[in-house]
Write a protein that binds this ligand. Structure first.
Ligand code: SF4
Length: 578
């Protein structure tokens, strides 16, 4: 067991903290100096060295929860439990996004997410824990329709692709047919920059074979932590077998005998569901050693994340798995060449693996035809904000913002749509109407008829075709979409986004470490007649962060502020500040 997993396990067994005795015991048992343990404990936010209070309350302060007034909830709870806080029985603090953005404010009580998080429910639950001393971990079960196209087995665990693979007389040819199918479908990664899936698998296979590297790994990144993102949570809970089948298929194709799934620790039910899925597959001879008596092996292991947003960055995730601080690596070399423990490693996201069985079983043309507006395929999106039915939806690629708004039953309380979050905070915010001069010339030419001066956001298809037009700044298309109503204070929301990045910067590179704090200072300036004062060095700061930050966090942390500057001129003015 890795050191990080050891610390998580022992902390749990020791009543929620790592005492000096426990650390000494781990140090001796694993022959690890204490300073190495301290290096990890001081970095990851789920470890603590002192006994926790009777009730530890953590309230999400980001994005959708910020819109739902989480700061007020924190303050109200602090007022309500002032005496208990003073006595050390209760602690109440803010926390980064926990992946439950489709409910009311996400609140964790003694590390269990509670579904009833309004003030009176929280007060009742906290008082009950204080009295009884026990926390009932009640899983949040959102009402989410799951008659998904991705589920080619209609909720059964058939593993047909895997069985065919293992029974094939020529497995190399069979693996090639799977790769061809993925290639023809144009499946791209569903967790980040959208790399072509088949190409990535081929790169690992080719490099490992060329260089004669016998050890290879598959890692599934299930650490979705971008505020507003919670789609993998539902896939892991409802269809873990699809993810597992995709992972084992990938392992067999690239020649890996071991695969890991790295899951954020807040996803308790998902960790349990996936472990059960592994156990069931093992019982069927489809996971572990000597798969269906073929002599082939594929052990699959769950790695529980010790916390921190940056672990979702794939190189940082690998560092965490290697018992180091999760600080992103400089690239090249890429993980396909030098990944986990320096061996060739294939990393894909939960949804990417989950599409593999359906695409192979139904054919690549089937997948391609699922798209609309000249786009191919489907994807899962997390929809939240001021809407009637927030949740996880499987939607055709190329759907417009208007299509999504229809799916979720429109805006809540008949509000008008003020702005749209394209991809968590990292995507910045788009306005309801674009004027011609806010859009790139080539986009205007193709999309705004002569004589018209505006483009309606609702007509915007969510596919990379729009984003190829390179809006000023780097606005990426992701799967976390936020609908912001007219009653939301956009400037305050942007401030909370910059705070999120400042809080989650791993500190490895100076432009991000200091730049993210500078962004918070800008977003926190006192308003001048209701307007934010953006200093004239803002553009220089952006360029510095963009050009010299090691990973995506530092390269996008300014996007929320930049989008205000680009698309909401009524919210800011330039302040001379040199
Ligand atoms: S950009 Fe920020 S988060 Fe990324 S490595 Fe640098 S300091 Fe860490």
């Amino acid at each position: 067991m890795s050191l990080v997993q050891n610390l998580i396990k022992r902390q749990k067994e020791n009543g929620g903290f790592l005492s000096a005795e426990v650390l000494q015991e781990i140090s001796e048992r694993t022959a690890t100096p204490l300073y190495r343990l301290q290096e990890l404990i001081s970095f990851y936010n789920s470890f603590r060295l002192t006994p926790p209070p009777k009730v530890e309350v953590q309230v999400c302060r980001d994005f959708t929860c910020h819109m739902h007034k989480s700061q007020e909830l924190i303050q109200d709870l602090k007022n309500e439990f002032a005496e208990e806080i003073e006595q050390g029985q209760v602690s109440i603090s803010g926390k980064s996004c926990m992946g439950y953005c489709d409910g009311p404010v996400a609140v964790s009580l003694n590390h269990h997410i509670t579904p009833d998080s309004n003030l009176s429910h929280c007060v009742t639950s906290i008082r009950s824990i204080l009295k009884s001393g026990t926390t009932h971990g009640k899983p949040v079960d959102q009402e989410i329709p799951d008659d998904w196209d991705i589920d080619c087995y209609q909720k059964q665990t058939k593993y047909e692709l895997l069985k065919q693979f293992l029974k094939a007389t020529d497995r190399i040819a069979f693996g090639e047919s799977v790769l061809k199918s993925l290639e023809d479908s144009s499946l791209v990664g569903k967790g980040g920059p959208g790399a072509r899936t088949a190409k990535k698998w081929r790169t690992v296979k080719k490099y490992a074979e060329q260089e004669n590297r016998a050890v290879r790994y598959v890692v599934c990144n299930a650490d979705e932590s971008e505020p507003g993102t919670f789609k993998d949570r539902e896939l892991l809970l409802r269809s873990p077998h699809l993810v597992l089948e995709g992972m084992i298929t990938a392992a067999l194709i690239i020649g890996a005998e071991r695969a890991y799934i790295y899951i954020r620790h807040e996803y308790e039910s998902q960790i349990e569901a996936f472990q059960k899925c592994i156990d069931d597959a093992k019982a069927q001879g489809l996971c572990g050693r000597n798969l269906l008596k073929t002599g082939l092996n594929c052990e699959v292991e769950v790695f529980v994340s010790p916390g921190n947003y940056i672990c979702g960055e794939q190189t940082a995730m690998i560092e965490a798995m290697e018992d180091k601080r999760a600080q992103p690596r400089q690239r090249p070399p890429d993980l396909e060449i030098q990944g986990y423990r320096n061996f060739p490693t294939l990393v894909n996201n939960v949804e990417t693996f989950a599409w593999v069985p359906a695409i192979f079983n139904n054919g690549p043309e089937w997948y391609q035809k699922l798209g609309v507006n000249d786009c191919q395929g489907k994807r899962f999106v997390s929809l939240s904000g001021d809407i009637n039915r927030p949740g996880v939806y499987e939607v055709p690629l190329g759907s417009t913002v208007g299509d999504l708004l229809e799916i979720v039953g429109g805006m809540r309380n008949k509000q008008q749509l003020q702005a749209f979050g394209v991809s968590g905070p990292s995507g910045g915010f788009l306005p309801r109407k674009f004027s011609r001069d806010q859009l790139p010339e080539n986009f205007v030419k193709e999309n705004i008829p002569e004589g018209e001066n505006e483009f309606d956001l609702l007509n915007l298809p969510l596919d990379n075709n729009f984003f190829r037009f390179q809006l000023r700044g780097r606005f990426n298309l992701g799967a976390a979409h936020l609908f912001i109503g007219e009653q939301t204070d956009l400037v305050s929301l942007v401030k909370s986004c910059t705070e999120f990045y400042r809080n989650e910067s791993c500190g490895k590179c100076v432009p991000c470490r200091l730049g993210s704090e500078k962004l918070v200072q800008i977003a926190s300036r006192p308003l001048n007649e209701g307007k934010l004062q953006i200093p004239d060095y803002f553009q220089d700061l952006i360029e510095l962060m963009q050009e010299s930050s090691i990973c995506g966090l530092g390269q996008v942390a300014f996007n929320p502020l930049l989008s205000l500057k680009e698309f909401f001129p009524e919210t800011w003015e330039v302040a001379k500040s040199r």
